[in-house]
Ligand binder design. Structure first.
Ligand SMILES: Cc1ncc(C[n+]2csc(CCOP(=O)(O)OP(=O)(O)O)c2C)c(N)n1
Ligand code: SF4
Length: 265
């Protein structure tokens, strides 16, 4: 019998994982494994770089060369790995807090540099690992441990941020839309330039509980109900788009200079 992808790509000795029941991190990581398999990469040519957070913990379970780095600094390490050995496929796994809060500066400049690095952002709208504080993607009005009366800030749209900063592949899917997530990750991995896939996922233990969003299947249902395909948005008014999560591919371009190509040519 052919070896199962989980036997091939998961460190069995590190299981069981630390994630809560119903956490979306497993679905995102599963999609990543399948995308790597689909991309036909050699296991030894892949380096997974992570920051700190529940989501960044994925790195420990994935059986590739890897770096579990400081909070918010995964992209700095990833840049070093890629510059040292451009043949490697470098994939960053990071949370919304890790990527756009403490790591926000690294994120925008990594997008600007457009190195061949793929970044998978596990966006559960809060800091899971430290107890559910608000993050830069927490929706306005949402309750978290640090916004008990509702978040007063306006959230980042990670895809818009990546697009404006110069990333050349940018997409979003959810843990409900797994086939789309795998497809996007596969395209991102194969893309030449800096690619970002935002995976909207659930943290039922903290964000879900504090916002009375129900159990894990109910949160999954919400991801399904709130999602709108990018193509559909053309016919929708601003009012109709309120509270919706637009999914699809926002950017795919090859016309921006890539620092590696500049250095090697
Ligand atoms: C320099 C530093 N500051 C703060 C922390 C504490 N810390 C660990 S994980 C984390 C937030 C993680 O949130 P996110 O990236 O959204 O990941 P999640 O746990 O939700 O998957 C924080 C603030 C730390 N480890 N290092
Ligand atoms: S706290 Fe939230 S993000 Fe962390 S493992 Fe539990 S459900 Fe997942």
């Amino acid at each position: 019998m052919a070896e199962h992808v989980f036997d091939k790509y998961l460190r069995q000795d590190k299981l069981p994982h630390i994630w809560c029941a119903g956490c979306g991190n497993g679905i995102v990581t599963n999609a990543l494994i399948r995308a790597i398999e689909k991309s036909g990469l050699q296991q030894d040519d892949v380096v997974i770089v992570a920051g700190i957070g529940c989501s960044s913990r994925a790195n420990g379970y994935l059986d590739f060369c890897g770096l579990h780095t400081n909070h918010g600094r995964a992209l700095a390490y990833a840049t070093g790995v890629k510059m040292a050995n451009p043949k490697l496929k470098v994939i960053v796994v990071t949370g919304d807090g890790d990527c756009t809060s403490i790591g926000g500066n690294h994120f925008i400049h990594a997008c600007r540099r457009n190195l061949d690095i793929t970044t998978i952002v596990y966006n559960n709208s809060n800091y899971g690992m430290t107890g559910g504080q608000f993050s830069p993607t927490t929706p306005t009005g949402s309750r978290t441990k640090t916004s008990v009366y509702g978040n007063i800030d306006t959230p980042f749209d990670i895809c818009e941020l990546a697009k404006a900063s110069g990333a050349t592949y940018v997409s979003r899917a959810t843990t409900y839309h797994v086939t789309m997530l795998i497809q996007q990750m596969t395209e991102a991995i194969q893309h030449k330039g800096f690619s970002v896939v935002e995976a909207a996922c659930s943290c039922p233990t903290l964000f879900g509980r504090l916002n009375k969003q129900g159990n894990a299947p109910q949160m999954m249902q919400r991801l399904k109900d709130d999602a709108v395909m990018l193509q559909q948005t053309e016919k929708m008014t601003e009012h109709e788009l309120q509270g919706k999560l637009v999914i699809g591919k926002f950017v795919e371009r090859t016309d921006r200079p890539n620092i590696r190509h500049v250095m090697l040519n």
